[in-house]
Design a protein around this ligand. Sequence first.
Ligand code: GLC
Length: 513
Amino acid sequence: MSTSAPAWWQRGAVYQVYPRSFADADGDGVGDLRGLTEHLDHLSELRVEAVWLSPIFPSPMADFGYDVADYRDVDPLFGTLEDLDELVAACHARGIRVVLDWVPNHTSDRHPWFEAARSSRDDPKRDWYVWRDGVEGGPPNDWVSAFDAVGPAWSFDEATGQWYLHSFMAEQPDLNWDNPEVEAAMHDVLRFWLDRGIDGFRLDAIVKIAKDPLLRSNGSAVLRHHEAWSTIHERLRGIRRVVDEYPDRMIVGEVDAWDLHGLVSFLKDGDQLHLAHNLLVTDLPWSPEAFGRSIEDFEELADQTCWPAWFFSNHDMSRAASRFGTDGQGAARARALLLMLYALRGTPFIYQGEELGLPDAVVPPERIVDVDGRDPERAPIPWRPPSEAGPGAGFTDGEPWLPLVADAESLCVERQAADPSSTLSLTRRLAALRATEPALQGGDQRPCDLGHEVLAWTRGDAFLAAINFAAEPISVTLPDAAQLVLSSDPSRPLDTLPHTLHPCEGVLLRLPS
Ligand code: GLC
């Protein structure tokens, strides 16, 4: 990997847009595609290689778009297919690729396929979903929904007297991927978007498309029967073959793997996923050993075809600034993580607002809308100070669908763009450096020992990155002739080499040639 030129999906960051919360052009309080198109300068300033849109398809919005009622259109809330075409053209004109979220495991219960399937046991679409008789008046097996609040992964359909499977909400019935017609129909969905010029897909909850065909209970079994069944690899190869019918496209899987062996099994041999979201990293405690071991273990298991991807935040988890912020160091840690994201070998995935160091928003009980407690990390982007732009902070002229973060006044894009010491300015510098330095894109990575509180690594012969995980200053001995390129701490002068790293500070140094 280090010798050949990196592909676009290896070179720089993929920026995740949660469209409901990015920018609202029509004033209804919910973000939309035109809002995004109008704010593409922000993405260009961040030098992103690609933008990944969380689902924009027609949906009753039980799971805010992850319940798809039509895979081949745009929900009117977000705009029209033409708006999407315009967005794609505008992105491509700037050299930004567009990646869509493909939700293959389940549809909405309002999808015509499911409406047909539930209409009668004899309907030709019945077997497109997973239907079973109950056991002793209860569900067919012990599988539970990924959402705690939902409970069993089965709902009873009164009209036809059987239970249907839903790995998430009851409004999201699972498709039956053991039926070849389903697989073919979902492949055609991919082709529909690939023909329209879409550059790749994020494969939602992908391990769920392969289940034990006998639907056995998990009980205390070692194997998970409800997901990641052995058929997953062949199904991924099928998806990859479709994507490979088109040049230079990419698929990244949301892979909920037990361990890194599982993760790597989807990447190796180069015939399944290009990239996998490593959810294991997002569960790590704030510890240099934990992060260091996870990074080194991946390198150890990976072969030449496995390229890492890193992410620390998305629309499903508490933002890093809050997750690691219980002792008041959240902002500093979030900045250090940004440095880590851009300086590690692998593709950085950055979630909208991470470049601003946003914390979670406080959502009062009467404004909670998500079934699984994920509203705080989905708060709208503050574009302008509320004191000037009104309570919508430039996100909307209407009433935002979720409350904004508390300190929108100083965290907003406009204020941070004007402040060289802001998190946004740091992210732009990191992105610019990565865009122009081949060693940061493709250079080998080696761990480096700078003391037990410090996680440090080199990239090629050119760069050294070091992060002080401690909440107090730590002395370090850095190579004499190295040059400090940037620090995650805005108070750090760049003209001398530090002897001490500030609490939770990350630094990037250029090594003498
Ligand atoms: C993925 C998405 C999440 C969604 C779920 C069901 O985990 O990231 O937001 O609720 O799949 O589609």
